[in-house]
Structures are given as C-alpha cells and as structure tokens.
Design a protein around this ligand. Structure first.
Ligand SMILES: *[C@@H]1O[C@H](CO)[C@@H](O)[C@H](O)[C@H]1NC(C)=O
Ligand SMILES: *[C@@H]1O[C@H](CO)[C@@H](O)[C@H](O)[C@H]1NC(C)=O
Ligand SMILES: *[C@@H]1O[C@H](CO)[C@@H](O)[C@H](O)[C@H]1NC(C)=O
Ligand SMILES: *[C@@H]1O[C@H](CO)[C@@H](O)[C@H](O)[C@H]1NC(C)=O
Ligand SMILES: *[C@@H]1O[C@H](CO)[C@@H](O)[C@H](O)[C@H]1NC(C)=O
Ligand SMILES: *[C@@H]1O[C@H](CO)[C@@H](O)[C@H](O)[C@H]1NC(C)=O
Ligand SMILES: *[C@@H]1O[C@H](CO)[C@@H](O)[C@H](O)[C@H]1NC(C)=O
Ligand SMILES: *[C@@H]1O[C@H](CO)[C@@H](O)[C@H](O)[C@H]1NC(C)=O
Ligand SMILES: *[C@@H]1O[C@H](CO)[C@@H](O)[C@H](O)[C@H]1NC(C)=O
Length: 585
C-alpha cells in the first residue's frame, strides 16, 4: 500500500513539478474539529482552571497555539469563511445566521474546501453541524463536496431530540417543529435519545476506521457542544447528578452543565486522535481544533460560556466575539510546542490546507485567505497585515483590523450595543481546583503524540511555560459605569489594550491610521454582496414531511430557478403528507 502511494507521489511530482517536498511525501490527513460558541476562557490552555480540557490543551502544547487567530462573529459566517476562504460579505452570508426553513445557502458557484480537497484526491467527510443551507438538496453537504455527512443542517438541535423549532412566518406565537439529523439526505430517526457528542464521536471514529488508506482523509467534526440545544436553552449532559457532583465547585448550575459538556467534547477530541494513532494515520495528519466564534454568556442562546477577559460576546466584533481559540498539531510541523503570534484569519485555513495537500494555491482563484503553512509550521512572519473582521449590512456594523493586528476600527455596533459589555468572571478563584498538568500528560491526545516524539518528549515544565505565555493579564477596566458603544466609530490599540477599554479615535496622532483603515473598509464595502436574509418559507413546514426538516425547493443550478416541488400540493388537503419525501431525496 505504502509502496503504491510513493510511486503515485513520484508520478505527481514529475507531472506537475511543484509539490513541495518539505510538506510530506504523502498528502497529509486533515482533521478539523469545531466547537460551537465557546469562548477564550472555556479552555484550560488560556489559564482557566474551571473546565478540564486536557486533550485540547495537549494538542496545543505539542503543536502550535494560535494566539492571534480570528474567526467571524457567528456560526454561518464563520463556516462560510472556513469552507470558501472568502470573507462572508462576498457571499451574502455576513449577517444573521441561516434559519431552519430559510431559502438561503452557500452560493452554489463558490467551491468548498471539501470540493477543493476532493479534487486533490481526498476522501471527504462531515460529521455534525452544517448551517450553510438546506432549502434544496443541492445546498446540503453531500452535494457540496463531502462524500458523507452524518449530522444536522441547521444552527443547533436538541442534544437528545435532534429537533429544532423556528417561529412560524404567519403566526409569531407558533412554531414549525422538526427533526434534523440526517445521513446524507436520509433522516436518522433511530438515533433519537442518544447523546449528540457521543453519537458524533462514534460516527467520526467509524469514518477513520473505514477510511481507505490509499487516499488522504479530510474529516470535519463539527460539534453541537457548547451551543445550547433543543429549545435554545438546553445544556445537555448525560447524567445530571454526575455533573453536579463532579463540578460541585461551580456555583451556577448552567455553568456546571457547560463545564461537563465541554469536558465530554474534550474526551471526543482524545478519542479521534487516539483512533488516528491506532490506525497509524496520526504520523501523517494535521489536526486543528477551534471554536467558530466567541462565547454567548448571556442573552439569546445563553450558555454561560466565557470570553474573559475580553470585551463583548458572540455577534459583536470585539475580541470576545471574534478572537478565536485555535490549537493545531502535526508531526509535519518543523516547529512544535510554541505560541504563534502571527495574524491568522479563518479564511486562511483553506489555502493553508490546500498547500499542505500539495495543491497550487493559485488554483483557488480570487479568495481572501492566504497560505499560512510556513507561518504555522515554521513560525515564519506572515504576509497578512489586515483582516476584514466583517461588514454586516443587514445589522449595520463593520470592523477591520490592520497594522499587523494592532489597530482595530469598529463602525457601528450590533443592535445598538447589545452584548458589548464585559461578561463573566475569570474563573480563577481559589474555589476552583488547580490546573492538573498530570491529566494533560495522561490524556489520550498526549499519549498518542508522545509515540511520535520519542527523542523530544513534552515535559511538564514546557506545559507550564506555554500556558503562562498565552494567559492574558487581567486587562479589564475597574469601572465600567461609563461604558461606551461604537455607534460612532471606535479605534482600539489591541496590543496595548486587548480588552478594548479606551477609544483612541480622537487622538490627533492616530488620524493617519484612522484614515487608512477607513479607506480599506470602504474598498471592501464596494465589493459587498448584500445580505439577503429571507423570511422562513411557509412551505418548509416539517409537518409536510413527516415532522422532519427536508429540502422543500427544487433548485436548478444552471437556470438559477428555485421553485416549489410537491410541497405546493400540501395546500391541497386531499394529498397525504409523507408520500413525497422520496421525491425530494
Ligand atoms: C417555539 O420554539 C422556541 C424555541 O424552541 C421555544 O422557546 C418556544 O417556547 C416555542 N413556542 C411555542 C409556542 O411553543
Ligand atoms: C417546539 O414548539 C412546540 C410548539 O410549537 C413545542 O411543543 C415543542 O416542545 C418545541 N420543541 C422544541 C425542540 O423546542
Ligand atoms: C448518574 O450519576 C450518579 C452519581 O454519580 C450515579 O450514582 C448513577 O449511577 C448515574 N446514573 C447512571 C444511569 O449512570
Ligand atoms: C516565533 O517568531 C517570533 C518572531 O516573529 C519570535 O519572537 C519567537 O521567539 C519565535 N518562536 C519560536 C518558538 O521560534
Ligand atoms: C510572503 O509572500 C512572498 C511573495 O509572494 C512569498 O515569497 C513568501 O513565501 C510569503 N511568506 C510566507 C511566510 O508565506
Ligand atoms: C465610576 O465612574 C463613574 C463615572 O465616571 C463615577 O461616577 C464613579 O464614582 C466611579 N466609581 C468608582 C468606584 O470609581
Ligand atoms: C460606517 O457606517 C456608516 C453607516 O452604516 C456608513 O455610511 C459608512 O460608509 C461607514 N464607513 C466606512 C468607512 O465604512
Ligand atoms: C415518519 O417518522 C417516523 C419517526 O418519527 C418514522 O418511524 C417513520 O418511518 C417515518 N415515516 C416515513 C413514511 O418515512
Ligand atoms: C430561493 O432563493 C433563490 C436565491 O436567492 C431565489 O432566486 C429564489 O427565487 C428563491 N425561491 C423561493 C421559492 O423563495
């Protein structure tokens, strides 16, 4: 098998001549594990002692801790940026995330990471959340480059019920209710009652077990944890009394549940890495873990997650909304066990992986991401000096980060300053147990990785040193009575003031900076594809489809005509529901 791969590789080099020998003599497996709505302070690696995340931490301590890794402010924009390498404002996906029953999707003419990697010979799999449209079957993951998908199409589901509700378009007091767990297009009713994190882990392990070794693997495991589930308040744990016992040092019940569901997701990361190791695949893998956006400590979908010490929550463009937790490991990295302080944006992941996979990044066309492979794997200085954080024309706020990530300009704020405060405490009080380095050393991730670094083992002293390097000083203001919004523009010096306490836009010495960032923002604005958020479509009602969310439109990619299919006939009381599901699938 290996011999065959080597021969193939030589042939590829000879025919294209531009595959970098440094990367690997085989295309690496690419594993992306995504958390939902978790903040900077929900991981042990950043200095919080409250939630044990030994596997995720071990991934960072052995690999690279991405310190200036920026995501988008919410789910749909982040996933669109990840999969296309484009700023979501160029796809019309910059605004409020896609609702179940909403006719909106990733544009069909923009290729996804799965399509691009498949072109390079990868077998491609998605487990868990999609959230990039499902109005017609062409929008769904297995039509967008994934060989398989087991999971859900909408923003969240119940941790056990796999149901999601959306307000009826014709009656705000009522809901459309439907089941959303699918294997490709097929509903998977049989799994109701199984715990989502465990189910998605099991399915991911099956993907790795069944993987044909003659091909490289692209697996994206996109967890429900730590988003709230079911009715938007559920923080599902498998055994409530066990959770309450194990986390009795946490006073707040909601935060207790969050701690456990994050810890179970951490277990999942350990299982996946262990399986890669058991199958001999880890030695040629890149494993990335990150959270799609910041914490939602309060408000809609309140999960008690924490972006401490940063300002702002999910939805905002403050650091608390977009400064992502990212850790990446690969034995192929030339530099390991270090903190990378280069500016990296979520759109960079596509070209970075594409390059690592032996592709020519120029083939990706006009994207916003840049190849950061040398930046991450060798700690080289990045070519990125600016990140367009977002332009949300739907909600009317935008932001840009320039000067190597030093200065941030914000223009307007989400819903007049909603979520723009400082939330949650540090969770570093003495009631919390001390950080347990031995559990990091004994984690499945660490055990698997140590087998690959025989002569250079990770030592507890290194863990301490790295953790210290990424733990921020408490930078919050002592007195927030005069907290300002950025309805007018704000300028922050993120290096000096990571907590965004002081608006320095009026300082005369900053006027060149302000002007420069405004010009850049204006330039992007001129390229915007307007957000086209739509109302929930009355004919998407899961009642028409055996109480299951089902693509309800017929899309013709060529003519761009999207029309109703049989759902139209449900207006006719003589036609029985159920009959037509197969027509759509
Ligand atoms: C509609 O669904 C939401 C979210 O699941 C829930 O909070 C609300 O109570 C539901 N409304 C009704 C009338 O059941
Ligand atoms: C959805 O709403 C219905 C009422 O419309 C309610 O009975 C049900 O419990 C809700 N389900 C979820 C998952 O929120
Ligand atoms: C739930 O946890 C409690 C406390 O740890 C334990 O006694 C009980 O056996 C557990 N229940 C189940 C079903 O595992
Ligand atoms: C990474 O590069 C920066 C300079 O860009 C340097 O300060 C730092 O020491 C380097 N870290 C390692 C581990 O090489
Ligand atoms: C930055 O861009 C230059 C010119 O395209 C390129 O040669 C160099 O490798 C890039 N640096 C990194 C770290 O990718
Ligand atoms: C906080 O700031 C407000 C407004 O400037 C001031 O009135 C108040 O006394 C300050 N509180 C403390 C504790 O410093
Ligand atoms: C800032 O926002 C306002 C209002 O949305 C808009 O008119 C203006 O063009 C924006 N400025 C820049 C530099 O984008
Ligand atoms: C309708 O859904 C139920 C589960 O809720 C399932 O058992 C049944 O097979 C489905 N019927 C059809 C016709 O698909
Ligand atoms: C669905 O969205 C597409 C793309 O915006 C639009 O062309 C089409 O008319 C919509 N169809 C329906 C039935 O809403």
């Amino acid at each position: 098998m290996c011999y065959l791969k080597t021969v193939l590789f030589v042939l590829i080099i000879q025919s294209t001549g531009n595959i970098s020998q440094e990367i690997s003599d085989e295309q690496p497996n690419i594993i992306v594990i995504l958390a939902d709505d978790l903040g900077w302070n929900d991981f042990g690696i950043h200095g919080s002692n409250q939630i044990p995340t030994p596997n995720i931490d071990a991934l960072g301590y052995n690999g690279v801790i991405l310190d200036k890794f920026y995501t988008q402010q919410t789910c749909t924009p982040s996933r669109a940026a990840l999969l296309t390498g484009k700023y979501p404002m160029r796809l019309g996906l910059q605004g409020t995330p896609i609702d179940a029953g909403e006719n909106r999707s990733l544009p069909l003419d923009t290729p996804t990471m799965a399509e691009q990697l498949r072109e390079l010979g990868y077998s491609t799999h998605l487990v868990g959340k999609w959230h990039l449209g499902a109005a017609c079957k062409e929008h769904t993951p297995t039509k967008r480059g994934f060989d398989t998908h087991f999971g859900y199409w909408s923003g969240y589901v119940g941790y056990y019920s796999y149901e999601i509700n959306v307000t009826r378009p014709d009656d705000k007091t009522k809901n459309f209710t439907g089941f959303d767990l699918h294997n490709a297009l097929k509903p998977e009713w049989g799994h109701q009652g199984q715990y989502a994190t465990e189910l998605f882990t099991k399915k991911s392990l099956e993907v790795i077990d069944n993987h044909d070794e003659t091909k490289p693997l692209f697996l994206m495991l996109s967890h429900l944890a730590g988003h709230t589930g079911h009715d938007g308040t559920e923080l599902g744990v498998p055994n409530q009394s066990r959770t309450d016992e194990k986390y009795s040092y946490i006073k707040h019940g909601g935060r207790r549940n969050l701690a456990d569901l994050v810890n179970i997701m951490d277990w999942s990361v350990g299982e996946v890495v262990k399986k890669l190791s058991d199958r001999g695949m880890l030695e040629n893998s890149i494993v990335l873990f990150f959270s799609d956006n910041g914490a939602q400590t309060e408000g809609m979908f309140q999960s008690f997650a924490s972006s401490w010490p940063f300002r702002g929550l999910k939805f905002t463009l403050f650091e608390g909304g977009v400064r992502g937790t990212g850790v990446m490991y690969s034995p192929l990295f030339k530099k390991q066990s270090y903190v990378n302080r280069q500016l990296i944006h979520i759109t960079d992941l596509l070209p970075t992986f594409y390059r690592a996979a032996g592709g020519n990044v120029e083939d990706l066309g006009n994207i916003d991401g840049i190849d950061q492979w040398d930046v991450i794997s060798k700690n080289k200085t990045t070519n990125r000096s600016t990140i367009l954080i977002n332009i949300d024309d739907w909600n009317g706020y935008s932001g840009i980060l320039g000067y190597e990530g030093r200065y941030k300009l914000l223009n307007g704020s989400f819903k007049d300053g909603l979520y723009n405060d400082y939330y949650s405490e540090s969770y570093r009080g003495s009631e919390n147990p001390p950080y347990d380095i031995s559990s990091v050393m004994k984690s499945n991730v660490n055990i698997a990785i140590q087998k690959l670094r025989e002569n250079n083992p990770l030592l507890p002293a290194k863990v301490k040193e790295l953790r210290k390097q990424v733990t921020l000083n408490p930078c919050r203001p002592k007195n927030t009575t005069e907290l300002f919004t950025c309805d007018e523009m704000c300028l922050f010096d993120i290096y000096k003031d990571p907590c965004e306490t002081t608006n320095i836009i009026k300082e005369p010495s900053n006027q060149r900076i302000v002007q420069n960032l405004e010009e850049k923002l204006d330039k992007y604005l001129s390229k915007i594809v307007p957000a086209e958020n739509k109302k929930v479509d009355i004919l998407s009602d899961p009642k028409n489809f055996n109480n299951t969310w089902t693509p309800w439109l017929i899309c013709d990619q060529k003519t761009q005509v999207y029309k109703y299919g049989w759902a139209e006939f449900y207006r006719n009381p003589f036609i029985k529901p159920l009959k037509c599901i197969s027509f759509y699938l």
